[in-house]
Design a protein around this ligand. Structure first.
Ligand code: URA
Length: 432
């Protein structure tokens, strides 16, 4: 079977067979298929989509390309959460300790930044010493001992995804339903979790810009999970403006710690508590969402979630003093405010362009091998619906270079001040 014929079939809108999909995945992993053919296949898939059967076959082939973790030695129902990616979306970082503080094991496998979106692993690496790459045995041991771990897909989990993910990022083929669904679900099935809540983002800062596309992605993800017997559900949450105030690696860790102290903005706190409540219900601890939410809130007020976060950081080699001293993380040289040019109400904050601005400051990658500057990013002071007077700071740019005129232009072009604003809905719907 020649790869060029498989590309040709997909390019012309044909439905690939199981064998053809297997040939593609095997060739990617062995290195027999060169990057230019993989890229062509990804672009053909981007434009021609895949049927449900193809999506499942691609997921399973990617999942079987590596190891399948056996988490059976960890007691209890293991619950994980995954996001399809957003701007300022640091949800996993406070969520895992909140749920783990309730005695529910959280073996979380996360990813790096993709396109304009940040990645949980990149953010955690802003903490001095934090190791995201640990062996499977250590991952399991840590979940047994501490109740949680947030790591990268260890050594051989879905190796096909590692190669495809990196190529998608640089060939502009990220925002494709079959490619996102197979990427997420291959890793989640291989990671052996019992239950999974997926946070599908929708809006300008998400890969899926419309509610219809987000719903289709959510259904694809949940369908694949249920197809292999996983207890799986999705929520569709808003990404029309950044989540919380912080965008950038160290800034987002600080905001996550603030959340665990009960001091974070309302939107990110609400989303974390909602996702946490679903995870608690899926663990079987209660069947009441209201009770689950109270339990999650309790871990913040009694300090147990913050302690759990410190335990996780220490177990993964990080400096737990970050909890009280976030200034041990890299700090930006310059903090530059962006004053409002006119008075009014903030009516639009383009989340994707805020993500691009943070990336251009050095907080994200433009090329796959770019080194990150953990200190830089943006702190929003005003969000959609907030009143502003001319001269009020809309946000602060955290930068290691003094001249940020290019970033200011980009930000001004993507924040709108009008007479009034349409309120944004944080959580649109659930898909089961
Ligand atoms: N997260 C993933 O793991 N893969 C994607 O394709 C998008 C978000």
């Amino acid at each position: 079977m020649r790869m060029v014929d498989i590309i040709d079939k997909k390019r012309n809108g044909g439905e690939l067979t199981k064998e053809e999909i297997q040939t593609f995945v095997d060739g990617v992993v062995s290195g027999e298929i060169p990057d230019y053919q993989t890229s062509a296949f990804l672009m053909a898939t981007y434009f021609k989509d895949m049927t449900d059967a193809e999506r499942s076959e691609l997921t399973m082939a990617m999942m079987k390309s590596g190891d399948h973790l056996d988490l059976s030695s960890i007691d209890g129902i293991k619950v994980d959460k995954h996001s399809t990616g957003g701007v300022g979306d640091k949800t996993s970082i406070p969520l895992a300790p909140i749920v783990a503080a309730l005695g529910i094991p959280v073996p979380m496998i996360s990813g790096r930044g993709l396109g304009h979106t940040g990645g949980t692993l990149d953010k955690l690496e802003a903490i001095p010493g934090y190791q995201v790459e640990i062996s499977e045995a250590d991952f399991i041991k840590q979940v047994q001992n501490e109740g949680l771990a947030i790591v990268g897909a260890t050594g051989n989990i879905a190796p096909a995804d590692k190669k495809i993910y990196a190529l998608r990022d640089v060939t502009d083929t990220v925002d494709s339903i079959p490619l996102i669904a197979s990427s997420i679900m291959s890793k989640k099935i291989a990671s052996g979790t019992d239950a999974l809540v997926i946070d599908v983002k929708t809006g300008s800062g998400a890969f899926m810009k419309t509610l219809d596309d987000s719903r289709e992605l959510a259904k694809a993800l949940v369908g694949i999970g249920k197809g292999v017997g996983m207890n799986c559900m999705a929520i569709i949450s808003d990404m029309n403006q950044p989540l919380g105030n912080a965008i950038g690696n160290a800034l987002e860790i600080k905001e996550s710690i603030d959340l665990l102290k009960g001091e974070a903005p309302a939107d990110i706190t609400d989303l974390v508590l909602t996702l946490g409540s679903y995870m608690v219900v899926m663990s079987g601890k209660t069947d009441s969402m209201a009770e689950a939410r109270k339990m999650c809130e309790g871990t913040i007020t009694d300090g147990s979630a913050l302690k759990k976060f410190g335990d996780m950081v220490a177990a993964q080699g990080g400096d737990r003093s970050v909890v009280d001293h976030p200034e041990i993380m890299p700090q930006a040289k310059y903090k530059i405010p962006l004053p409002a040019k006119t008075a009014g109400v903030v009516s639009r904050v383009e989340a994707d362009e805020m993500g691009v601005a943070s990336m251009l400051l050095g907080g994200g990658r433009q090329k796959a091998d770019d080194k990150l500057d953990y200190a830089v990013g943006i702190m929003m002071s005003k969000k959609v619906g907030d009143k502003v007077a001319a001269g009020d700071s809309l946000l602060t740019i955290y930068s290691d270079r003094e001249n940020v005129d290019d970033i200011k232009d980009l930000l001004y072009a993507n924040i709108e001040i009008s007479d009034s604003a349409e309120p944004l809905t944080l959580i649109h719907e659930t898909v089961r």
